[in-house]
Write a protein that binds this ligand. Structure first.
Ligand code: ASP
Length: 355
């Protein structure tokens, strides 16, 4: 897997307003209908100007790189996230912003992972995609791409308007690690229940500066490690000891996102408590995340969560599952001592939680 440069023939403006790197990774956004094969196939990105001729009207310097081979985002892996982080790090000072074209299925995971990997980001990294392929008449790819580029190019007093990893989709700009795919048929595929949009695109793009992360004082740096020894344990009434132990006893496991009910509540059956205690005694980190999209984990509000707090389960506040599992991968990848790891998991790293 590697990124290759795609040559597109935009008239290079003499005095461009902004220079943007478009990173094409795959997904529906880059599909066209192949009449011979009678199904959707990835399209040759060098023909992007035929599909979106409006790109010629921008006074931007556009460069495109493509993941080779392009992938359906269901196949995305932490190795791809590290590759993306490395690419952005290498190109960081050559561009004003980055637009990542990505399948919608796992976009929220990828945007979350990149938000952790890219520390002290001063430039926008905007993920976008489409529900209808770029090669079809009713595609939403055109609008999503054009507005994502505009957002990536927007500056105020010489600084990027949105120095964050974001998801832009169907008129909403969302913080990447707050976004969730909520829709597989309609155009409004992404929502962020616990954090307001950073911008809304109508006739104008209406930014909400108060909600956007401030420009960091420290120098940008990318991280190059993620630890994949993690799991998600989603509770449901009737879950058996065998299912719980198959996860908590998984060889090499280091961290678990425990998807609990409501404000972070879990069963109090002795077998369940014993299994959690045993895992915690092995220094497995357990991050409590609610199955509710809205609201937050508040360990201790009910008896059914107070015991989790007392045991040392870490409260995930209002984090999404996508942001939690990637946070575990990132923090565990830092290989810090136990106490520091716990503190980092509980703290707000990139705006993913409101404490
Ligand atoms: N399966 C596709 C993907 O995530 C769906 C999409 O792009 O919307 O790559």
């Amino acid at each position: 897997m590697e990124f290759i440069k795609v040559n597109i023939d935009t008239a290079t403006p003499a005095d461009p307003e902004a220079s943007i790197l478009i990173i094409y990774t795959g997904g529906t956004v880059g599909m066209v209908f192949d009449n011979e094969q009678q199904h959707l196939v990835p399209f040759n990105f060098s023909q992007i100007l035929e599909k979106v001729p409006e790109l010629n009207q921008f006074n931007y310097l556009l460069t495109v790189v493509s993941l080779e081979p392009a992938i359906d985002s269901s196949n995305v892996s932490p190795a791809d996230w590290l590759l993306l982080a490395r690419l952005i790090e290498e190109q960081y000072y050559d561009y004003d912003g980055f637009v990542v074209l990505h399948g919608t299925d796992t976009m929220a995971y990828s945007a979350s992972a990149l938000s952790y990997l890219l520390e002290n980001l001063q430039k926008p990294v905007i993920f976008t995609g489409a529900q209808v392929p770029i090669g079809l008449i009713r595609t939403d790819a055109r609008e999503n791409l054009i507005t994502a580029l505009q957002i990536a190019a927007t500056q105020v007093n010489g600084k990027s308007m949105v120095p964050e990893v974001c998801v832009y989709f169907h008129n909403l700009l969302l913080r990447g690690n707050r976004a969730k795919k909520v829709e597989s048929s309609h155009f409004d595929a992404f929502k962020s229940e616990n954090y307001p949009p950073l911008a809304e695109a109508g006739i104008d793009i209406d930014f909400r500066p108060d909600g956007i992360l401030p420009h960091p004082d420290q120098t940008f740096r990318a991280h190059h490690q993620l630890d994949e020894h993690v799991a998600i344990l989603k509770l449901f009434p009737g879950i058996t000891p065998q299912v719980v132990s198959s996860i908590l006893q998984a060889p090499g496991l280091k961290g678990v996102v425990l998807e609990t009910y409501g404000s972070g509540n879990a069963p109090t059956a002795p077998w369940f408590l014993e299994q959690l205690e045993e895992a915690l005694a092995r220094d497995i980190y357990i991050l409590n995340v609610s199955q509710c999209d809205e609201g937050r984990v508040d360990q201790g509000r009910y008896e059914t969560s107070k015991y989790l707090l007392n045991m040392g389960v870490i409260g995930g506040d209002d984090i999404t599952t996508e942001a939690a599992i990637t946070k575990l991968m990132f923090v565990l990848g830092l290989r810090l001592p136990v106490q520091q790891t716990k503190e980092m998991l509980a703290s707000n790293l990139r705006g993913e939680i409101t404490i």
